[in-house]
Design a protein around this ligand. Structure first.
Ligand SMILES: Cc1ncc(COP(=O)(O)O)c(C=O)c1O
Length: 478
């Protein structure tokens, strides 16, 4: 008997409630209405001029109350359909960033709404360490199963509400197991989150202005695909340098296998294996931060894609997973009291997470012929074609799988920002990434996007690049 059927068999009152004909009928009616209304969104559409004043007013009030402008003039209406999202000004956009990688199944996903309705009918809004339902048990088990299906040994799962908190928990587990070692290794260009501790690992000085130092972090260069062997040698040399300077003081290394906020730079299997072998020899914990990569390579986890299962001591995930989690092996079990949380997730988020994990376990998303590969290929080809015709406008493609990026106008920060705004006004929501060289990135809704929508995005991209190129040449005709 599976966890799910055992738990369900016990929960007779809840089962009877969900099978009540009124509930069944209400759910079917809601699904029907959602399908019908969703079908009214057929493509990008401009804002309704009559809503312009009230929309601007709402955005201004929002900026005021949160103490800073929003990146985009984006306020969702709460309605969407697949890759399309409606804003409160009546416009409809093709969403190619999905809340920075969250809405993998797009907006108003049909199968998902059903589970969310069931979750809304449960007795509590939130789950936490003291009170959880079988949904938390099933989700935790499913995440471990998904992570271990190619040979990793991640038998434990601790759920949480944000990527940052999943990383914080991983740090605590690794520090406790390797005490008194208290230093961390990380890659240059890393992003780990925005807590006081994680801001030391996130390799961006702008994100820690005015913050006190909390952790000792030693950085080594990330993989450089232009020089794989030299890059591996340089990283190993830097690693040896830190290990020799602080003998026995490193508790863990935290790694993004595809650098996300750093600019969409994928690593390489043999590069990683060289580093990880050294870390293993020195008994240093290996933490794979999969918060952005989860579901976006040709395997559910990037460590599976790169074949690094044997090194996965701790793995964190988030974004696409809806509920975030820290997975860990038996050696990293915490002593009582180390990690605990009032909220581990909303009941509806846990239901959504289960929908995602079930789809990842069963669907045709992964592998060479999977949807991740198809979506990736179509976008990458489109970027490559644009780059061939207009090499000054667009360089790339970059990234891996469904983490897609290109550089616009040589990575000029101002032109990249202008391009994002132009894309937005023409109906595509994207975002930037990278440090001194800005890139445009897409995290498309892989689970729902259609080929013709990808082609439409590429058309809008070409038109937007043309507008920005025109502006640049009128400013600087030479
Ligand atoms: C690799 C990585 N780690 C950690 C985080 C932090 O996640 P959250 O924003 O949910 O706290 C992010 C978010 O972008 C990320 O990309």
């Amino acid at each position: 008997m599976t966890d799910r059927s055992r738990a369900r068999a016990q929960a007779q009152a809840q089962e009877a409630f969900l099978n009540d004909q009124r509930v069944v009928k209400a759910k079917a009616l809601l699904a029907e209405a959602s399908r019908e209304h969703g079908a009214s969104l057929v493509g990008p559409r401009p804002a309704d001029p009559e809503l312009a004043v009230s929309y601007k007013d709402a955005l201004d009030r929002f900026a005021e109350v949160r103490g800073g402008n929003l990146f985009y003039p984006y306020l969702g209406s709460g309605f969407g359909h697949g890759a399309l999202v409606e804003l409160a000004d009546g416009s409809v956009k093709l969403d190619m960033i999905c809340g920075i990688g969250v809405h993998y199944f797009g907006h108003g996903a049909p199968g998902l709404s059903d589970r969310l309705i069931e979750a809304a009918l449960q007795d509590t809004v939130m789950q936490g360490n003291l009170q959880q339902t079988d949904a938390s048990l099933i989700l935790s088990t499913s995440l471990c199963d998904l992570a271990n299906r190619t040979g990793a040994s991640l038998d434990h799962c601790f759920l949480t509400t944000s990527g940052a908190m999943a990383n914080e928990n991983a740090l605590k587990l690794a520090f406790q197991r390797h005490r008194p070692a208290d230093r961390i290794l990380a890659f240059e260009g890393a992003f780990a989150g925005r807590t006081l501790a994680l801001s030391q690992i996130t390799d961006n000085p702008a994100y820690r202005v005015g913050l006190p130092p909390t952790l000792a972090v030693d950085f080594v260069p990330f993989f450089d695909e232009r020089d794989p062997d030299g890059s591996t040698e340089r990283t190993l040399a830097a690693l040896h340098g830190h290990l020799d300077r602080h003998p026995g003081k490193h508790s863990m290394m935290i790694l993004e296998l595809v650098q996300g906020e750093g600019g969409y730079y994928p690593g390489d299997r043999s590069f990683f294996r060289s580093i990880l072998t050294l870390l293993r020899d020195r008994d240093i914990a290996i933490v794979f931060d999969e918060i952005q990569t989860f579901g976006r390579t040709q395997q559910p986890f990037a460590f599976q894609y790169f074949g690094l299962e044997e090194y996965a001591d701790l793995v964190t995930l988030g974004k696409t997973s809806q509920v975030c989690a820290t997975l860990f092996g038996d050696e990293y079990r915490p002593a009582p009291g180390l990690i605990s949380q009032t909220f581990t997730g909303a009941t509806s988020s846990i239901a959504a997470a289960q929908f995602v994990v079930d789809a990842f376990a069963k669907g045709r998303l992964f592998g060479d012929g999977g949807r991740v590969a198809e979506v990736s290929h179509r976008f990458m080809q489109g970027f490559a074609n644009l780059s061939r015709v207009h090499p000054d406008w667009l360089q790339g493609p970059f990234g891996l799988g469904a983490m897609l990026a290109f550089t616009a106008f040589g990575g000029n920060r101002e032109s990249t920002r202008r391009l994002l705004d132009e894309l937005f006004s023409q109906g595509v929501v994207a975002f930037s990434t990278g440090g001194s060289v800005s890139r445009v990135r897409f995290l498309p809704p892989v689970g729902v996007i259609r080929d013709e929508e990808i082609d439409r995005v590429l058309e809008i991209l070409a038109a937007s690049l043309e507008v920005v190129a025109g502006e640049r040449s009128s400013r600087d005709p030479h």
